[in-house]
Design a protein around this ligand. Structure first.
Ligand code: GLP
Length: 256
């Protein structure tokens, strides 16, 4: 794992945006894995400002709430169109999100996995992290080999996401999420975490044992993961000085 600690979230987002922009410029038909939540908002604003060409880009989102229609204000469909897709020239047919209203969820999930494979696999996967270490909506004790499927949200996740819904009662109990196995199959993972409420989960994910109790720790098994942190999210890392030194002394050809 490469750990990039920046003084602020804004600085980290600028570097992360350069990484995404490089992929989009170098491979105009790249397949991108997208994430939702509060964390990626600033990155999406940076990407919009860069005015990249998204015509041939294909996207697959990590997750969606079960029961919400795409037009629901809190669906991840709405989130993605509102915060990214409507601001860039992406083709609607190239955008994929789990269907929270699928009648046959296992069948839909198998199709989603087939669509990812048919698109050639995901080149760059954006991830946030939950306060208990979830990636996508793979809650603690998710199988590290899991594929896209239905999951039940933990009380903590429903509490964390209540801010988007107005109240906890309105947060759905179920979601469809790419599995940890699906995420591990992507070519490059980019994990963003900002703020002190993510520090514990980040320390466990990066420096703790690989365990389904912190699903993000499975990224230790991924050949190429880049973690972008602000100072607050990095605060509980034991080797933070080492990560800073490594980043400051990267050879030019490795620089983002
Ligand atoms: C959400 C999403 C995750 C996200 C995480 C953190 O509910 N399903 O993909 O990374 O929880 O959310 P936030 O960025 O709002 O802290």
């Amino acid at each position: 794992m490469e750990i990039i600690i920046q003084p602020t979230a804004a600085a980290a987002n600028r570097v992360a945006a350069r990484l995404f922009a490089n992929v989009i410029r170098q491979k105009p038909s790249a397949v991108l894995g997208m994430a939702t939540g509060g964390t990626p908002l600033a990155l999406y604003r940076e990407l919009v400002a860069l005015q990249l060409d998204w015509r041939k880009i294909t996207t697959f989102n990590l997750d969606e709430y079960v029961g919400l229609a795409p037009a629901h204000s809190q669906s991840y469909h709405s989130f993605m169109w509102e915060n990214l897709f409507r601001h860039v020239n992406i083709a609607r047919k190239n955008v994929h999100l789990p269907d929270g209203r699928a009648k046959d969820i296992p069948k839909f999930c198998a199709k989603y996995e087939r669509q990812i494979r048919a698109a050639g696999g995901i080149d760059l996967q954006l991830l946030g992290i939950g306060t208990e270490g979830h990636i996508g909506f793979n809650e603690p004790t998710s199988s590290l080999a899991s594929r896209t499927r239905i999951k039940t949200l933990t009380p903590q996740t429903r509490k964390d996401n209540a801010r988007f819904f107005g109240s906890e009662e309105q947060v759905p109990h179920h979601c469809i999420t790419m599995g940890i196995g699906t995420i591990l199959d992507t070519r490059h993972c980019v994990l963003l975490a900002f703020g002190s409420n993510k520090a514990r989960a980040i320390a466990a994910a990066v420096e703790g044992p690989v365990t389904s109790m912190n699903p993000a720790s499975a990224l230790q098994l991924h050949p190429k993961t880049t973690v972008f942190l602000d100072e607050a999210a990095a605060a509980e890392l034991k080797l933070q000085d080492y990560y800073r030194w490594v980043y400051d002394h990267k050879p030019d050809w490795q620089k983002i």
